[in-house]
Design a protein around this ligand. Structure first.
Ligand code: FE2
Length: 302
């Protein structure tokens, strides 16, 4: 079919709308349908291919993998870059870079002041102490900022989704102290890959891509009057550091990790060598000219 015929068909479909509906939904859906009609025509997509794709989407929905697929196809990173651009246009720069949230946050983690121990003592791995301050974009420490942290265990699995771990293992909420400081004790996480039997893996295989993520730690940082920061830090030296299937690694989010010896351990209540990461977060002040940086999406609740 030529474009005129396709456009005539699209008009016929769109003209069946007799109610107000939701103007935004109309705008977006009609545009996506148009683009897909053009794709089917331009690439001569066969009926078999179309129904195969529809079956695939059904399966991906049933297995709850859309969050992973959105990350793997770069949508989540793209949305981040657009938010960066909006902030820069509003004159907001200099904050800690944001990066993807991923689909594995769980609300309701235990809360503590200043410091937290993330693991329940049964998680194997090298001890890790990470800490620093939360600053505003004028360089002042923020007292009472909320640092939500979550990461995978030594097998690359997340509590709640991995029922073999205790509830909220490697998940905590830390409120910065009177000097704007936070710190936590945990174990060094390892990287992980998408489920081997899942739809994300199936898609990535078709695209000739891998589904590996380098080791990382997730954060939400929030404080009144400031834009909520969604970010991660990476563990330096990971083989997939700059080859993340979710495109989440960014300059400024790869702090050095240094081996601290036993003589430093006492001050952290440890009794042997451990890894240490120092990292400060900087939040941008809120701006009424911008949409909120709080992203509304369905999240698990523990
Ligand atoms: Fe993750």
């Amino acid at each position: 079919m030529n474009k005129e015929s396709i456009d005539a068909l699209l008009k016929k479909i769109n003209d069946t709308s007799t109610g107000a509906g939701n103007p935004r939904a109309k705008q977006v859906v009609n545009r996506i349908v148009r683009d897909l009609f053009y794709t089917i025509e331009d690439l001569d997509v066969t009926p078999d291919e179309f129904w195969s794709a529809l079956n695939y989407l059904t399966q991906a929905g049933q297995s709850g993998e859309y969050g992973l697929i959105a990350a793997g196809l770069g949508f989540e990173h793209f949305l981040d870059l657009r938010m960066d651009e909006a902030e820069a246009k509003a004159g907001l720069t200099g904050g800690t870079p944001r990066t993807v949230e991923g689909p594995l946050y769980v609300a309701g983690a235990p809360r503590s002041e200043g410091h937290a121990k993330l693991d329940d003592g049964t998680t194997p791995g090298e001890p890790l102490i990470m800490g620093g301050r939360v600053y505003d974009d004028g360089g002042q420490p923020i007292v009472g900022a909320v640092v939500e942290v979550w990461h995978a265990n030594h097998l690359g699995n997340y509590s709640y989704f991995d029922k073999s771990q205790a509830p909220f293992n490697l998940r905590r909420t830390i409120v910065t102290d009177s000097e704007g400081k936070y710190s936590f004790q945990s174990v060094v996480p390892v990287g992980y890959s998408v489920p081997p039997e899942g739809q994300t893996k199936q898609l990535l295989d078709l695209l000739g891509r891998h589904g590996n993520r380098p080791a990382h730690i997730h954060f939400f940082i929030s404080a009144p009057g400031h834009r909520k920061l969604t970010t991660q830090i990476n563990i330096a030296g990971d083989p997939y550091l700059w080859d993340d299937f979710a495109f989440a690694t960014r300059d400024g989010l790869v702090p050095p990790m240094r081996k601290a010896e036993a003589d430093e351990a006492g001050q952290f209540g440890l009794d042997g060598p451990f890894q240490k990461i120092d990292f400060d977060f900087t939040l941008l002040r809120d701006s009424t000219s911008l949409r909120t940086s709080e992203v509304d999406r369905i999240r698990a609740e523990g």
